[in-house]
Design a protein around this ligand. Structure first.
Ligand SMILES: Cc1cc2nc3c(=O)[nH]c(=O)nc-3n(C[C@H](O)[C@H](O)[C@H](O)COP(=O)(O)OP(=O)(O)OC[C@H]3O[C@@H](n4cnc5c(N)ncnc54)[C@H](O)[C@@H]3O)c2cc1C
Length: 575
């Protein structure tokens, strides 16, 4: 049994920032991650991170109130206003911290951090590092973790790369630690802790057409869900308007922020024909653009096969090479086209999980000593639709808050190292499950069941949904769970057993997918990314509330909680 005062699960931006906050308070911390931290999905973030710095040379005045209102409006008023205010007030401080830690932000001519239009602001608010912002931020924070690891004056900070967390140990209403599998050996280990922070990222790979890394299976949300913590607002799944046709590699919103046009098969900038895209056109919120693109394609104004064009040619070679070099490389590598000379074929694809582990503005959950931050958490700052550039910000702001709160909790705890028995029991249960999975002699390959789930989610739980399709999805998921009873694993060894990992994660993915479908079926309105063709209006009277989904062996159970209002008024929706 290993012991660390705080255990952070997740080596992305939220997890590493949390670990630094813990260790800054001289509390020992371990970071567990199923991949090396630098392979976390954060590394793929392209376009940028929001902060109301107002640095743009044309001098757009900006402040946290404006940023907060844009975020709340973008969320279709489902975000909790106190959480949004907390985030936008701290945004500038977090960005300057990254600058001081050495993040190589792109610059304005006079040397300030450059900003681009992005994320529904309508003017430049998004700080960026060309089109590889996540890469730069994650490396910056990782460098700091190395510094902390080497600092002799503080308690230890330990990284455990390539460990898969399978279960939490909860005793009474308190978290005691967790059970994890070392993937290189397949050995299970118990980790005793005073507090645990989950920063396990999104669940994009519930869908086949996702921009997310293959590791974003949703398992990191399933583990606390199984332990009794509800998942909140899971029906809100963001579809990004521009992913590379057929491959779903992300083409950053920054490409439109820099001035790219979306064009249909008639050569029109079709967003001008829709009232809700408004004056913002290509930089309107993502839910709106994704819906309007889907309408263009289904009404026959797309290109054969179902895509539209993102045209960057008028930006010119120099700007494309300076601001969007990664996008050009993706187009050359994956589509064999050069956006300097040709338009990019794009289609919407799954991108972000607005919902997640239910927690407070202080990242606390209803289990004592268990905290959540980053994309895995639902604080809720994104409500029904996230603005581009706000999630990297969320990871930094709430990563730090989670770390601070966990460290404080540990420092005030009187009884320590409790719960060894609970951990041993969790270990025994997990070991039994792994043995059973390895010895299974059925006929279904887990990866085939996973593919069927991803197809089903794309078909019935996509940009547009309706009651009939959602019911079919719900039944389809139940059938898939049934098929899971009849799996086979060909390789029986424990070392690097990828089939075993897929089987273990699949169980989590299916349960989290059920939560998405249950929330979507119950929510009889359209709000943000949740667009029901059979209930096309937003219904504030009945549905201005959060969905809380609890795990039960019989299936998800729903409850609702109030959205926390604040100083910002709710506006009508433009249809
Ligand atoms: C292609 C792409 C581009 C994006 N661009 C932007 C952008 O420009 N601006 C913006 O604001 N946002 C962007 N986003 C969103 C943003 O990048 C993510 O929301 C954010 O980086 C998530 O960070 P995180 O720390 O919460 O999780 P992640 O970076 O996803 O890290 C999750 C961590 O949890 C670990 N983990 C998960 N489950 C387990 C388990 N069971 N056991 C052990 N470890 C586990 C993983 O190993 C990983 O280390 C983008 C997302 C994508 C996919």
């Amino acid at each position: 049994m290993r012991y660390h005062e705080v255990i952070v699960v997740g080596g992305g931006l939220a997890g590493l920032r949390a670990a630094i906050a813990v260790n800054e308070r001289n509390v020992s911390v371990a970071v567990l991650s199923k991949v090396h931290p630098l392979r976390s999905h954060t590394v793929a973030a392209q376009g940028g991170v929001n902060a109301p710095l107002g640095n743009h040379p044309r001098g757009h005045y900006d402040n946290w109130e404006k940023h907060a209102y844009d975020t709340i409006k973008g969320s279709d008023f489902l975000a909790d206003q106190d959480a949004v205010i907390r985030m936008t007030r701290e945004a500038a401080a977090r960005i300057l911290e990254m600058e001081h830690w050495g993040c190589p932000f792109s610059r304005t001519p006079e040397g300030k951090i450059a900003q681009r239009p992005f994320g529904g602001a309508g003017f430049p608010r998004t700080c960026y590092v060309a089109d590889t912002t996540g890469h730069a931020l994650l490396h910056t924070v990782y460098e700091q973790t190395v510094r902390f690891q080497q600092a002799a004056e503080r308690k230890e900070m330990v990284l455990y790369p390539e460990w898969l967390i399978t279960n939490l140990a909860v005793e009474g209403e308190e978290c005691r630690g967790l059970v994890a599998m070392e993937m290189a050996t397949g050995r299970l280990e118990t980790f005793l802790a005073e507090a645990v922070i989950f920063a396990t990222g999104g669940a994009g790979r519930l869908y086949g057409n996702s921009t997310n890394a293959l590791i974003n299976t949703g398992m990191g949300m399933a583990v606390p869900y199984w332990a009794g913590i509800p998942l909140k607002d899971m029906e809100f799944i963001q579809f990004h308007p521009t992913t590379l046709y057929g491959k779903n590699v992300l083409i950053t919103e920054g490409a439109r922020g820099e001035g790219g046009f979306l064009v249909n098969n008639k050569g029109e900038r079709f967003l001008a024909n829709y009232a809700d895209s408004g004056k913002a056109m290509e930089v309107a919120p993502r839910d709106i653009i994704s819906r309007n693109m889907t309408k263009e394609i289904t009404e026959g104004r797309g290109f054969e096969g179902g895509y539209l064009h993102l045209d960057l040619r008028h930006l010119g070679r120099e700007k494309i090479l300076a601001r969007l070099p990664g996008i050009r490389e993706i187009c050359l590598e994956f589509a064999g086209i050069d956006p300097i000379d040709e338009p990019i074929p794009v289609q919407p694809g799954q991108h972000y999980t607005m919902g997640g582990i239910d927690c407070t503005t202080e990242c606390e959950t209803r289990i004592k000593g268990f905290y959540a931050a980053g994309e895995a958490a639902c604080v809720s700052v994104h409500g029904a639709n996230r603005l581009g550039g706000n999630s990297l910000l969320e990871t930094l702001v709430f990563g730090q808050i989670a770390g601070d709160r966990a460290a404080e909790y540990v420092q005030t705890k009187t009884q320590r190292e409790q719960g060894k028995k609970a951990l041993e029991e969790t270990l025994a249960r997990t070991e039994e499950k792994i043995k059973k999975t390895l010895n299974s002699t059925g006929k279904e390959h887990p990866s085939k069941i996973r593919d069927a789930m991803q197809d089903l989610m794309v078909k019935d739980v996509g940009i547009f949904r309706n009651g009939q399709g959602l019911k079919e999805a719900s039944e389809g998921l139940r059938d898939l769970k049934e098929r899971c009873r009849d799996i086979k694993i060909n390789y029986k060894g424990r070392a690097w057993n990828q089939a075993l990992v897929i089987a273990l994660e699949l169980e989590g993915s299916l349960d989290v997918a059920e939560a998405v479908v249950a929330g979507a079926l119950a929510r009889e309105e359209s709000r943000g990314s949740h667009s029901r063709t059979d209930f096309s209006k937003r219904d504030d009277q009945n549905w201005l509330r959060h969905t809380l989904c609890f795990f039960t062996p019989e299936g998800p159970r729903l409850e609702y909680s109030e959205v926390r209002p604040g100083p910002f008024k709710i506006a009508e929706r433009k249809y």
